[in-house]
Structures are given as C-alpha cells and as structure tokens.
Design a protein around this ligand. Structure first.
Ligand code: FE2
Length: 195
C-alpha cells in the first residue's frame, strides 16, 4: 500500500493556495488508484477468464503510479521556500558541463515545458553515462527514461495552472514555478542520484 505524502508548501508567487489544495486532491487520487489497481491485480490473480480485465488494469498502472511519483517530486520542490541553485553545487557544474551554461539549460527546459498537450517537463540524471537529460512526458507515464533518476519535475497539465493563469498564461506559470523553486531540494535529488 502506498500512503499519500504530506507537503509543507509555503505561500507561492502566482500559484494560489486554492490551486495547490485542489492539486493535492488530484495527487491523492493517483495514490488511491495506484493502490486500487494493485489490489485489483491481486484479486484477479491467475484467473484466465479475467485475462482481459487484468491486462486493462495493468495497462493503466503506469499512468497512476507515475502520476503519484511525478506529483511527489513536484510538490516537494516547493517545500522550504524559494532558494537559488548554489554556485558551488555539483548540479550547477553538471548542468554547465552538459549545456555550457545554466541559462542555456533553463531556456531549453522551458521550451520542453511548452510542448503542446498535457504532461511533464523533467530533468533526469542517467548514471550509466553520467549525463543529465531533459525530456517531455506525455500524460503521466509516456516517455520516462528507463534506468534514469528524475531530478526536477514540472507539471504542465492545465490543472496545475489554469485556475490562476488562464490557458494563455502557461509561460508565466513556468516563470513562477522557477521563482518558487527550492533548488536545494533539486540539488539533494541530484546528489542522491549520483551516489
Ligand atoms: Fe498535476
């Protein structure tokens, strides 16, 4: 059984308390459905007559499970309040090694985040090549990079911003996400991923 995590989210620039509250309810829905699917799979067991049902819930599993995990990464990155990426951090050096400068990476990542459709912009670390990668995930689950660790996740589903920004405010939401980000959390994710 997965238990919903709780997050201590400070007042944010641009993103209202109400939107965070509603968004957290959606997150809890992913946890609930992850558990529901796992119990359904256990209940169906090896009953051949229910093979179709099993494959359908199994197909759904990645959506719910990744929805749970993506949101945990997203909400925890606001905890503790906005903090800049430390100039001396291993993550800053790794970004510069990969993209030349932090600003180049940031511009690329923002472009990924503006991909049309619902999904996520994610920065991953691939230990097998000691390499950072940007990726777009459709929905919650389509496009995750196997064997890598997500370091930073930006929710680009409209539910994360339309309440405060309207659909046309996607760009401002991205700006505010970075203004609210606690980079110390992201550095911690990176440091865990490399060790
Ligand atoms: Fe979301």
């Amino acid at each position: 059984m997965y238990t919903p995590k709780t997050f201590t989210i400070p007042e944010l620039k641009g993103i209202s308390k109400k939107n965070i509250e509603e968004h957290l309810k959606l997150y809890e829905g992913y946890v609930k459905h992850t558990n529901l699917i796992l119990s359904k799979i256990a209940e169906i067991g090896s009953d051949e007559s229910r093979a179709y049902e099993l494959s359908e819930v199994q197909r759904r599993f990645g959506f719910e499970f990744d929805g749970m995990k993506n949101h945990e990464l997203y909400f925890q990155s606001f905890e503790g309040g906005a903090q800049n990426l430390s100039e001396t951090s291993a993550l800053k050096s790794a970004i510069e090694k990969e993209w030349g400068s932090f600003d180049t990476w940031l511009a690329r990542f923002k472009t990924v985040a503006k991909t049309r459709g619902v999904g996520w912009a994610i920065l991953y670390y691939d230990k097998s090549a000691d390499k950072l990668l940007n990726a777009w995930i459709d929905e919650q689950h389509l496009g995750h990079l196997i064997g890598t660790t997500p370091v930073l996740a930006l929710d680009m589903w409209e539910h994360s911003f339309v309440f405060d920004y309207q659909p046309s405010g996607k760009g401002q939401y991205i700006e505010d996400f970075f203004a609210n980000l606690n980079w110390l959390k992201i550095e911690e994710n990176y440091n865990q991923a490399i060790n």
